[in-house]
Design a protein around this ligand. Structure first.
Ligand code: ZN
Ligand code: ZN
Ligand code: ZN
Length: 257
């Protein structure tokens, strides 16, 4: 299984508009972060996680021309508003584009992009989603098994996901403040786990870097990554402080899981 980080940034991206802090002014390409999204793929299957507002730029940068499905973590705008750019992934297919989300996120997408979900939408080449409410239950896309993992984040229903193929596992949890006890076993002992590491200070809806490390130590993946990082996270500085098995993700990071 391959994982490509299309974006490793929080909702503002980094640099932040109008900010002249050291990270926003940094020359280090690893401090330039598009909004959070990953592509999980095997030889035969590719899954996009979230359609962030930078999707167009990400697709062009990483030569992404087709996907087999899109999976949503939650309805926040930094994870959904690139929806319209998925048109390009429909031009080369005759059937509908499989879309998986939890109940709340799917209701939000149906409201926000009503025309795409409408019965009247038969226009070939526009986004015609084949929508599935996974309601927290595992599902399969091609040769990838996908397990939703319920997490607590702000006030919206939010999921992380575990992707499994060929005996390997990748967990992706970009937005989380707390992991409920019943979700804990689902994220334990994975090969790779990428999880929210928004900032160096306490935050009311996200894990800080310190929170991330504490939770990673309990979950004990083989390798851990911080993602959904903001402009308080300087790549080099935070890298030095992290335990050996954890590193900050960065845009363009590609992992062979
Ligand atoms: Zn977010
Ligand atoms: Zn800044
Ligand atoms: Zn969010």
């Amino acid at each position: 299984m391959k994982v490509l980080f299309l974006g490793s940034g929080t909702s503002t991206g980094v640099p932040v508009i109008g900010c002249d802090c050291a990270v926003c002014r940094s020359d280090n390409p690893r401090n330039k972060r598009l909004r959070a999204s990953v592509l999980v793929s095997t030889e035969t299957t590719s899954i996009l996680v979230d359609s962030c507002p930078d999707l167009r730029q990400q697709a062009l940068r990483y030569h992404l021309t087709t996907i087999d499905a899109v999976v949503y973590t939650h309805e926040h705008l930094d994870h959904t508003t690139g929806f319209d750019d998925m048109r390009a992934f429909c031009w080369r297919r005759s059937d509908r584009l499989p879309l998986y989300a939890g109940t709340s996120c799917l209701a939000h997408l149906r409201r926000m992009f009503a025309w795409a979900f409408s019965e009247q939408n038969t226009y070939q080449g526009y986004i015609r989603p084949d929508a599935h409410d996974h309601a927290g239950h595992p599902f399969v896309v091609g040769d990838i098994e996908v397990t939703p993992v319920r997490v607590l984040h702000a006030t919206v229903e939010t999921y992380g996901y575990v992707f499994r193929s060929g005996g390997c596992s990748f967990g992706y949890v970009p937005d989380i403040k707390e992991l409920p006890a019943e979700s804990f076993p689902l994220l334990c002992g994975l090969d790779v786990l990428a999880m929210d590491g928004l900032t160096t200070q306490e935050h009311h809806t996200h894990l800080s870097v310190r929170d991330n490390v504490a939770l990673m130590q309990q979950l004990a993946p083989h390798r851990g990554f911080l993602t959904h990082c903001g402009h308080k996270v300087d790549y080099a500085e935070v890298s030095r402080l992290l335990p050996d098995f954890i590193a900050p993700a960065y845009d363009g990071l590609e992992l062979q899981v």
